[in-house]
Design a protein. Structure first.
Length: 217
């Protein structure tokens, strides 16, 4: 077995032979570069970005300032809303509707700018919401219902259909359709979420509708 001094001599003779001296490496400041400007197809987003291309070193981009868009909860006057409400479990859905209407009133939405449409159950909400959205009379559609679990799988079918129906209504009409359908295990849960200790999900749906209408203010 080789001795320790012999190993030291071997390492000293072979270590770092392939690495060039640091003094021979070009400094970053000496690399040639050329500025490349490009125009933006989007208006209102400030100056166009500037790309600096370093030869043999790839490139990086300095982008213009990002513009943040959001709805206003203080300028909702003049906006029109429709509320689609399921009659099934009406003891709950009426409370959700009251919460939504009170919230609209608090943020200066006039009563004449709100239309309430009643449907038999949560399953039917999506079809009516899509029709209202395609009428182009409203800035947003609130969809309110309450599905409470029973002893059969009917709950799952209705809850899933209500969710997909509201989603499809918004996508197909191009108008925001807000999902305000409760899906609860029992009546206590539903009442707690319609003005009880867990708040009012109808009121939250109204806030959601106004908060996402950044293009309408």
């Amino acid at each position: 077995m080789a001795s320790f001094p012999a190993a030291q001599r071997f390492l000293h003779a072979h270590t770092f032979r392939s690495c060039p001296p640091l003094t021979n490496r070009p400094a970053i400041s000496s690399l040639s570069y050329k500025p490349l400007s490009f125009s933006s197809s989007m208006t209102g987003f400030g100056q166009a970005g500037i790309a600096i291309e370093l030869k043999d070193r790839g490139s990086f981009v300095q982008t213009a300032a990002v513009r943040h868009l959001m709805g206003s909860l203080t300028r909702a006057e003049g906006l029109r809303f429709a509320v689609v409400v399921a009659r099934f479990n009406e003891i709950v859905t009426k409370l959700l509707l009251e919460g939504a209407l009170e919230t609209f009133k608090r943020y200066s939405v006039k009563e004449e700018d709100i239309d309430v449409v009643w449907v038999p159950g949560s399953f039917e909400i999506g079809v009516v919401a899509e029709r209202l959205g395609k009428s182009k009379k409203y800035q947003a559609i609130l969809c309110i219902g309450a599905v409470i679990r029973g002893d059969t799988s009917h709950y799952d079918a209705v809850a899933n259909s209500a969710a997909s129906g509201v989603l499809s209504a918004g996508l197909n009409s191009g108008v925001p359709c807000i999902f305000g359908v409760l899906t609860c295990d029992d009546m206590d849960q539903a009442l707690n979420r319609s003005g009880g200790k867990s708040g009012n999900k109808g009121a939250e749906a109204a806030l959601t509708a106004m908060a996402q209408l950044y293009g309408e203010h």
